[in-house]
Design a protein. Structure first.
Length: 234
């Protein structure tokens, strides 16, 4: 009876893996399509995204630098370098979509500046998550191959750092979006109607982080089942 139950969960896990994969494709496609849609809508401010971003940084009392990076939607904030990178498709654009993305990154800057708790927790987990992302699956596999349940579980618990990192990323990203929209509204850069478009862009982006968290959860369960099979076969 137990092997049948294990097979049931194994099949269920396979379905979950496929489902997350499909959701990932859908989320990525939605981000691109939503951004492209609102990249065609000019914001009432009629200012390039990099100018708006600089003004938001100045208002927030930040000395973080702005740079232009290649690609589309490769926007990011690097706290170690003290730089916000705005992609080519965002940097010089005056669109609602571009302003939303730029303001989101400035939202991250404000999080660091204010010592936002979830981002401090995420940074504390980052070293474990970085090690776990590359080492955890191999440690678990070695434990399975040598029939060492304890070793396999080391890999599982190490991967838990990745899972926690992905889940704590969700409130961090949602808060950055909330801050970004609020800053755009307070500065008069977008109208009420344009706010809906900006939110649509950032909500679509947020779905990619939800999928990343689900993917980490599925991977964690897969490693756990592998480790558990080692204990069953002892």
């Amino acid at each position: 009876m137990y092997p049948m139950a294990y097979g049931y969960y194994d099949s269920g896990l396979l379905i979950a893996i496929l489902a997350v994969f499909v959701l990932g494709l859908i989320a990525q496609a939605r981000v691109k399509s939503t951004f492209n849609k609102f990249a065609q809508v000019q914001a009432s401010a009629r200012l390039p995204a990099h100018v708006v971003a600089q003004q938001l940084l100045d208002r927030g009392g930040s000395s973080v630098r702005l740079t232009q990076v290649g690609g589309s939607l490769t926007d990011h904030y690097n706290p170690k370098a003290g730089e916000v990178g705005l992609s080519t498709s965002v940097y010089g654009s005056e669109s609602v979509g571009a302003l939303a993305v730029a303001a989101h990154e400035i939202g991250h800057v404000m999080q660091y500046q204010e010592g936002y708790l979830p981002i401090r927790v995420r940074n504390a987990i980052l070293p474990v998550a970085s090690i776990g992302s590359s080492a955890a699956p191999w440690i678990t596999l070695l434990g399975v191959l040598f029939g060492q349940y304890s070793l396999a579980m080391v890999g599982v618990w190490l991967f838990l750092g990745i899972l926690l990192f992905q889940f704590i990323t969700l409130p961090v990203e949602l808060d950055a979006s909330h801050r970004g929209i609020a800053m755009l509204e307070e500065g008069g850069y977008i109208t009420v109607q344009e706010r809906r478009g900006a939110r649509s862009v950032l909500n679509a982006a947020a779905m990619t982080y939800v999928v990343a968290a689900l993917s980490a959860l599925v991977s964690f369960l897969r490693l756990f089942l592998m480790a558990r099979s080692t204990r069953r076969n002892r």
